[in-house]
Design a protein around this ligand. Sequence first.
Ligand code: ADP
Ligand code: ZN
Length: 612
Amino acid sequence: MTDEQIKREALGALHKFFGYQSFYPVQWQVIDHVMHGHDAVVLMPTGGGKSMCYQIPALIKDGCAIVVSPLLALMKDQVDALVDAAVPAAAVNSQQSDSENRAVIEQAYQGHVKLIYISPEKLLADMDTWSRQLRVSLIAIDEAHCISQWGHDFRPEYAKLSQVKARFPDVPLLALTATADRLTRDDIRRQLHIDQARVFETSFDRPNITLNVVSESAARQKLSRIVRFISRHQGESGIIYCLSRKTTETVAEHLRKLGMNAAAFHAMMPTEHKLAVQRDFINDEVPIICATVAFGMGINKSNVRWVIHYNMPQNIERYYQEIGRAGRDGLPAEALMFYSYSDVITLTNFARESGQSRVNMEKLHRMQQFCESTVCRRRILLNYFDEAFDHDCHHCDVCSDPPERIDGTILAQKALSAIMRTGQQAGMTMIVDILKGASKAELAQAGYHLLKTYGAGRDLTFRQWNAYMLQMLQMGLFRIAYDENNHLKVTDYGQKVLYDRTGQVRVMLSKFDPRTFEQRQVQKKQQQTILPTKEQVDKELFEQLRLTRLALARAQGVPPYLIFSDKVLTVMAQEKPTTFAEFSVMYGVGEAKAQRYWRPFTDTIRRYNDSR
Ligand code: ADP
Ligand code: ZN
């Protein structure tokens, strides 16, 4: 094929099967490269459009593409989506019977299948036969970071994929991953024996995800903030990540009592139950999941609209991966994280018990710095992943509403003095109790009610003290002696602040604001939208289109987002197509889907128009 032909056919397939008009820049570079027979490593964040990089070449090249995927659920999702778009795709894996698998392979040998999704062990088991009998157009290795021991998700069965290149020397090999760290990237090439492969990379920024971080320790406060947050996201899907199994259950229970449709998910649940929860979430039947970290791997759902961290995650990698599950369709999504002193303690214990405590402690420390940051959060995140991001993002809480700075020297001196007067034998909670002048048995027993600093901080609330103490910890005024019952110890820097006689040493703190970011946003919005706008009216139609999609999905037994993404529904609600002709030229509507779905959706739109 000439370059001109490649371009024309690639665009033709993109339009025919997926209803899109153009490639993202890096997508096209990868496709062009693969069409010329070369190997590639593709690094894009979740939602970056990796699949198209191998699906389009698979569609326009002769033969059948082999796509290796580690998770059965992901495989099924991809195949269902392709089949719905009339692409001849199929899966070979251990969930299907031998005869089903054999039938797929037979079809492929006869040239009736363009893409085979396969688990690594199935490919390796029959690699000789495949290489002899199948005309392989390309091999794509999805979630390629699973091959690296450096990565966070090493899979032994992936390691054996190192044999693939030798067995298929002339077939272009693509390794794709959303893992951002450099060690893993380099390792992928080495392990797959494609040292010459070109690396294609896009920014790992996820600009559609708004970032919010809130210092909050009280469960009651967190829950009420969560309830307000979810009320702004009626009917939308989201995940609440918790550190403990018990919290997943109490939070889900709390939300259910308030009439919200929430379920818990954690590793100790029976497999059957876990699968059911996952399925209900994917199918838009239960929109809210309170989960431990185990949830989300292998979930491809593109319309997760928000992620809440009930507790601080242990490192930035994990945080980024978890918020990344929101907004894969590119529409606006929101991330909200709570962090507190007790999270720091719990996570420190985890880190110390882990095999690599030094590394994990350092990572935890970076996570804490991220929470306490007074500069753009996205700058910190992307710089953490070695991406030079040198401007403010304007859609994180720090950018939208920079914290007010206050002179906290006196506050710091009160706290440090309290710590010294306990002989540095008390933990954070006790120190705050002393400052507040709380009457607690344990406090009196230790004689702390007789200290000069007892009640010296009455003018602030417990929440304020907790938030300020955390900032002071972060600034290095005192440290936590984890091996001495978490007692607080004043550092050299803290001593300098406490005993300063020059009046030169100042401690600047970010002012504690009891309103949440979303409260402030809501206030801003209320001021802006007094009259119903066109957007709000469209929202009603969007809801009806969503119901139409849900009914179709239930009837077909596939997840709703596989029929059309939220993004396509949004465009539909704006453009309001009422005829086949209008429907078929819409963004995200390929030929097969136009035929299959134009009636139900245009009917809904016409009904909506008539009712107005
Ligand atoms: P990833 O695998 O990198 O997470 P996907 O391949 O699932 O990302 O793509 C994310 C979304 O973007 C999907 O809904 C996909 O249909 C859409 N998409 C991909 N390429 C394009 C394109 N060129 N134009 C419009 N939408 C696209
Ligand atoms: Zn920002």
